[in-house]
Design a protein around this ligand. Structure first.
Ligand code: BDP
Length: 333
């Protein structure tokens, strides 16, 4: 009897050992997933962040779970300029940013955010989806980035807490927050206002405490940040259409196989349609909410005075960028 029990105990121990060994073999063969981080300034519900999640979902699905992209919304990894620097030296793998602050690192991008450059949204998309857009995505390697895809960001307009703006003269002397971008500083100054560069996350308190009088952004950001609560005059002058871009760190991408790099690039492109749809939906929600709040929304009778004031910005472009601007303007004509 004792012998039999010992025998059974031995068999059980052996079996447990085998199961354990099999378990170990399993973990060894299913390699640990590659985990990469993406920084996003907007909150989780914002349409652009939704686009980031879609990008991450496609990468995970197409790599059968081998590559996971963790999205960090709400500026958890820092404000845009600081994040871009970290992407440059590989501490953060991806970010989705506005091209305005990115142009400080890759100046040619300024050609894509000139005031009143595009005739309308369709024109901008035709440009971004053409060879011009692809060339720009490829142009950032020297700065340490791999351009992946474009997202929608509507048109940017001025808002402030002081007075309705219906003409260039109404902007005179207003302290307007701009992104950390030389082009945006020049744009606001060309209209006679005082440009104050400041991170996105500081704008609400800046307006509330009177450090600045206002800022400029699209309907979704005006609403999602609650800037509309402290700056109730919104003028739809639509001075710029500034594409959003998703970039990867070249250092991070270089560590991946060519196949995985291609998979990531394709997934980023394929997430665009999702974001563009989410954007259109949220733009309406934001506009309705702002109007329901009783904000004063003004239109310009025509924007020729705004355009004329900004013409020197075009004159100051390098011959190369003047040529790119001419090429952009010719698209679809
Ligand atoms: C929003 C962009 C965000 C910018 C922000 C800003 O989506 O990426 O950084 O404007 O003004 O529209 O800083």
């Amino acid at each position: 009897m004792i012998k039999r029990l010992i025998g059974i105990a031995m068999i059980l121990t052996l079996a447990a050992g085998l199961v354990f060994a099999a378990g170990q073999a399993d973990t060894a063969s299913a390699a640990k997933p590659i985990v990469l981080r993406l920084a996003e300034t907007h909150g989780a519900d914002y349409p652009t962040t939704q686009g980031d999640y879609e990008f991450a979902r496609l990468v995970e699905e197409r790599s059968n779970g081998r590559i996971k992209i963790e999205v960090y919304p709400g500026s958890q990894l820092g404000e845009e300029r600081a994040v871009i620097e970290q992407v440059q030296f590989g501490a953060i793998d991806f970010t989705r940013v506005s091209i305005s602050p990115l142009a400080a690192f890759s100046p040619d991008l300024n050609a894509l955010q000139m005031p009143y450059l595009y005739r309308n949204a369709d024109h901008m998309w035709e440009v971004l989806n053409s060879k011009i857009g692809d060339d720009f995505l490829d142009s950032m390697e020297d700065a340490g980035f791999v351009g992946l895809s474009w997202f929608d960001s509507g048109a940017r307009s001025f808002y402030n807490s002081v007075r309705p703006v219906k003409s260039v003269a109404d902007l005179a002397g207003l302290k307007i927050r701009v992104q950390e971008s030389d082009l945006m500083i020049g744009l606001v100054e060309s209209l006679g206002a005082v440009a104050t560069p400041m991170p996105f996350g500081e704008v609400y308190s800046g307006i509330q405490t009177g450090v600045i009088d206002g800022a400029e952004n699209n309907w979704p950001s005006y609403y999602s940040t609650s800037h509309y609560e402290v700056a109730k005059y919104f003028t739809l002058d639509e001075h710029t259409r500034v594409p959003e871009i998703t970039i990867a760190s070249k250092l991070s991408m270089d560590k991946l196989s060519k196949e995985d790099q291609a998979l990531i690039k394709q997934a980023a492109k394929d997430s665009m349609a999702f974001q563009i749809k989410a954007w259109a939906d949220y733009e309406k929600v934001a506009e309705e909410a702002v109007r329901a709040n009783g904000n004063q929304v003004d239109y310009l009778d025509d924007n020729s005075a705004f355009q004329a004031a900004m013409q020197p910005m075009y004159d100051a472009l390098s011959p190369e960028l003047k040529a790119v601007v001419a090429e952009i303007r010719a698209v679809g004509k």
